[in-house]
Design a protein around this ligand. Structure first.
Ligand SMILES: [Zn+2]
Length: 585
């Protein structure tokens, strides 16, 4: 099986005629967009503009995809890097046309009536009315320019400061009986170490190193959140949370229903943490530094061919189409499999909408986690395949729905692996997935509580380091309950998580919980009524970029604003917790 992907069908090379011609075409399309945006006034002119927008997006994604995929497996490729920068620059020149479009849309009093005569525009009703809604929160043109420029010396600079201070920070821990001075990023990784002394020493080193930079980073956080509050108020939102929900296409009722079910389920997670704590020999709950401690032993290895077979066979139990999409990717050079020098780490899937293909990057070494990752990324590929029949403009789904198909596929493979596992193997599989779920449910909940409180207090005054530490540990106590030892929490979590420092993306936490629980909820639905589920699943994925979350879910008769749906998702994790406890008693 081919283990290095081929990008030939996207472009033969950077020097090829087709590549050079498409760069020129893209430049012309951007100019055309800008010209057309000047004369937006009626249905025909909007139709023409949207059609040009569609062509521009498609071509941009193809060109950028080629450059970024080339770069991903060869980070020393200068042409790929240069091309990415060049394309970003071309793309940024279309910002002006976007602003004109928004302003045009905001002035249409009855949008539905306006697009009624055009079937072409009706297909884009959702994304256009979404832009219209965002436009209503826009400031005047001059104010928008000022805000954008000030953010460069404001929130973006504060964000850079946080990145610089945390990435260059070093700490001193004890390893093999000797004190060693190491970068914090390396020290944090020792949380996964097999030795309890190393984990504890790394945790102590981390916390004491943060004391040196806490004042400066508290100032960053206060400034960024202050800017967000000012802007969200000026834009007419009641809160940064309202602004975030609107951008996520998610209703407040959905968030509330999900949070209610999460709160109800916390005691289950505490039971798991207490069991893990017992296994590690602690008495008053798990210390923070043992949250990621390895449990059990799993030595089975899968060659890539075995991994592929395991994934395809189990996908086939779900549907032939899913298995065939995966097989097609494996057999046609769409997957870059093994780690090698110059290739980036991690894994991802990238869709090539224009040619109806996708590419998956892995760093496959053969453990079970790698097989699950293969299934996860192919899930993204399946999502791309289903959504491909839609226009590229209707193919951009919001963050909460982004992990639906991937986690669903991961669950299929994990459940299959559990069925054939020995007891020791089962303990490791369950522990790994519960460790993840605890992060996505308990920890995310603590981050949501922290950020809510942070905005509330920041609206009144800038917070001191002590105040930040206190609201962080209070949030951890609420979320982790007696599952964690309250004497060893992590007061500086606010300082290290990058998500708090993006001014344009607030509450970058609950979408993770939504992603996991929505996929689990779908899996529960599948187990409940497989035949019905299979007829609707593709339709749901295909529609994920052109409706609100509530409407996407209605396709499968799912009411995400009702707490019962979320309860069913959490019940699946609860079952895993019970099995883990039973196997480790
Ligand atoms: Zn993913």
């Amino acid at each position: 099986m081919q283990k290095i992907w081929s990008l030939e069908s996207i472009y033969p090379s950077f020097e090829s005629e087709s590549f050079k011609r498409d760069i020129l075409t893209l430049e012309n399309l951007v100019t055309e967009l800008n010209t057309q945006s000047e004369t937006l006034e009626d249905v025909p002119s909007l139709e023409q503009f949207v059609a040009t927008m569609e062509k521009t997006d498609q071509l941009y994604l193809r060109l950028y995809g080629y450059a970024s995929l080339t770069f991903a497996t060869d980070t020393g490729h200068e042409e790929a890097l240069k091309t990415q920068n060049k394309l970003q620059k071309i793309n940024s020149e279309s910002a002006q046309s976007e602003a004109k479009l928004m302003s045009f849309l905001s002035k249409i009093p009855d949008f539905e009536a306006f697009i009624e005569p055009s079937n072409f525009l009706k297909n884009f009703a959702f994304i256009l009315s979404e832009k219209k809604k965002l436009a209503e929160h826009m400031l005047s043109e001059k104010e928008e320019i000022l805000a954008a420029k000030l953010s460069i010396t404001g929130s973006k600079s504060w964000n850079t400061l946080q990145q610089k201070l945390t990435s260059s920070l070093k700490g001193t821990m004890v390893k093999d009986g000797e004190p060693v001075n190491l970068p914090i990023t390396v020290i944090r990784n020792f949380a996964y170490d097999a030795s309890p002394e190393v984990r504890k020493s790394a945790y102590d080193a981390e916390l004491s190193a943060y004391e040196n930079i806490a004042e400066a980073i508290a100032m960053s956080l206060n400034s960024i959140k202050g800017e967000v509050l000012t802007l969200s108020e000026m834009r007419g939102y009641t809160s940064p949370l309202e602004m975030t929900l609107e951008k996520s296409r998610m209703s407040k009722a959905t968030l509330d229903a999900m949070l209610t079910a999460m709160e109800e389920s916390m005691s289950g997670f505490h039971k798991y943490l207490n069991q893990k704590s017992k296994l590690m020999g602690h008495e008053n709950g798990l210390p923070f530094y043992d949250l990621f401690a390895p449990v059990g032993k799993f030595s089975k290895n899968y060659t890539y061919e075995e991994g592929c077979k395991f994934v395809v066979d189990n996908f086939r139990n779900f549907s032939d189409k899913l298995a065939d999409v995966a097989l097609h990717a494996m057999e046609n050079g769409w997957i870059d499999v093994e780690p090698r020098s110059g290739k980036r780490s991690g894994a991802f899937c990238s869709s090539q909408h224009m040619i109806g293909e996708f590419r998956v990057l892995l760093n496959y070494t053969g453990n079970l986690g790698d097989v699950t990752t293969l299934a996860h990324e192919l899930g993204h590929g399946y999502h791309a395949t289903c959504i491909n029949k839609e226009s590229v403009l209707n193919a951009q789904y919001s963050m909460p729905l982004a992990e639906t198909a991937s986690i669903f596929c991961e669950t299929i493979v994990n459940q299959a692996a559990l069925k054939i596992a020995t007891k020791d193997e089962a303990i490791t599989i369950l522990e790994n997935s519960l460790q993840d779920a605890t992060q996505v449910i308990c920890d995310i909940y603590s981050r949501f509580l922290f950020e809510s409180k942070l905005f509330e207090i920041r609206d009144d005054h800038p917070l001191s380091v002590n105040e930040l530490n206190e609201i962080m540990t209070n949030a951890q106590k609420t979320a982790y309950g007696n599952g964690l030892d309250h004497k060893t929490l992590h007061p500086y979590m606010w300082l290290i998580k990058p998500h708090y420092y993006y001014a344009i993306q607030n509450f970058y936490n609950f979408p993770y919980a939504f992603g996991l629980l929505f996929a689990k909820g779908l899996y529960a639905k599948y187990l409940d009524a497989p035949a019905f589920f299979k007829t609707k699943y593709d339709e749901l994925l295909a529609a994920s970029g052109k409706h609100s979350i509530v409407d996407v879910c209605k396709i499968m008769d799912i009411d995400v604003e009702h707490v019962d749906f979320w309860r069913a998702s959490l019940a699946i994790i609860q079952k895993d917790i019970e099995l883990f406890i039973e196997l480790t008693e």
